[in-house]
Design a binder for this molecule. Sequence first.
Ligand SMILES: Nc1ncnc2c1ncn2[C@@H]1O[C@H](COP(=O)(O)OP(=O)(O)OP(=O)(O)O)[C@@H](O)[C@H]1O
Length: 366
Amino acid sequence: MTVHPLATRIGAPTPVAVHNLAKSWPGAQRPVFSELDIDCPAGGITIIVGPSGCGKTTFLRCLCGLDVPTKGEIRFGDQDVTRIDAQHRGVAMVFQNYALYPTKTAFDNIAFPLRMARVGAAETADRVRAAAALTRIEGLLERLPSQLSGGQRQRVGIARAIVRGPSVLLMDEPLSNLDTKLRVEMRAELSALQRELGATTVYVTHDQTEALALADHLIVMRDGKIEQQGAPEEIFRHPADVFVADFLGSMNLLAVRREGEGMVLADGTRVSSLPGAPSSGSFQLGFRAEDAHIGGLAGDRATLPAMVRRSELMGSERLVHLHCGGVALRARLKQAVAPGEHIDLHVHASALHYFSDDGQRAGAVA
Ligand SMILES: Nc1ncnc2c1ncn2[C@@H]1O[C@H](COP(=O)(O)OP(=O)(O)OP(=O)(O)O)[C@@H](O)[C@H]1O
């Protein structure tokens, strides 16, 4: 693999690890986060996803050195950086609101960290141009931030972050101020750029699509705790609890209880077969909208009687709002269905998830 001129690392990429990390604000009733144990793969993208206020930004600020954790350890490679100043960590951060100097041109914004580090004028110009080329803003370097679009401003922010060749790159919702189309484009570009630079990247978002698309290692956070972490596909396929299941991909959930030999939904509807279901008591059944079908499904499957409430055309398929077992469900179906119509929804055994009443995974067919 060729090493990009902005990748200043010597040797292998830097792994980032935190151990038992906690942060509390003075006077607050409970910590922002606690007991965080994370190993970010060297040279890969670790994504932290979670609802607003769960502590994502504060965690990133601790990694960056802008905030000091109350407890625990942060390691970049072999080095304990927990108490080391931000400018000596070899880390750069991209902020959600771009954080550009309004009176400086794009060139001067990007050059700023190099000038602070007293890098010579010729090398500064070379590096700014290399960063601008990577972020495709070569033609915009003389403009002020006010003369740039949101997407262009964010590119300047990213160029500024990578211009010193950081070994660790932190990104706080870098795409959230962009419109949907640009966000998808920039997402692909960011991924390519990150691979080219090889900087270990920690990326915070509340967007589950972005998280699944970009992550090598995915961490789902809730109320300052790690709910689940691992490979994105593994988490998507085997969510540890109802919160993760619903946060990553909106899971339909139905309460089920066993009665004698059979199973009954909350409104008394009887269900004939639920492959892999817990063998006693009550539980929650989960499945995703895209895993529901009408007919045409061979092998082990669940059949759920449902009534159509509304159907929205989404191009090649329809998002169908249904009533089943006393609750509202959603299914993405190929067929046209009419409001009021009664249908049998089929879900393949491999797409069924089971959770205990308190929301923990209760096993499922793999
Ligand atoms: N400087 C501060 N002093 C006191 N409390 C703070 C401070 N900064 C953040 N908090 C609190 O810490 C909690 C976590 O905030 P944080 O910004 O880390 O969450 P987040 O998950 O990044 O949210 P969002 O997605 O909305 O940006 C919030 O309850 C917030 O009010």
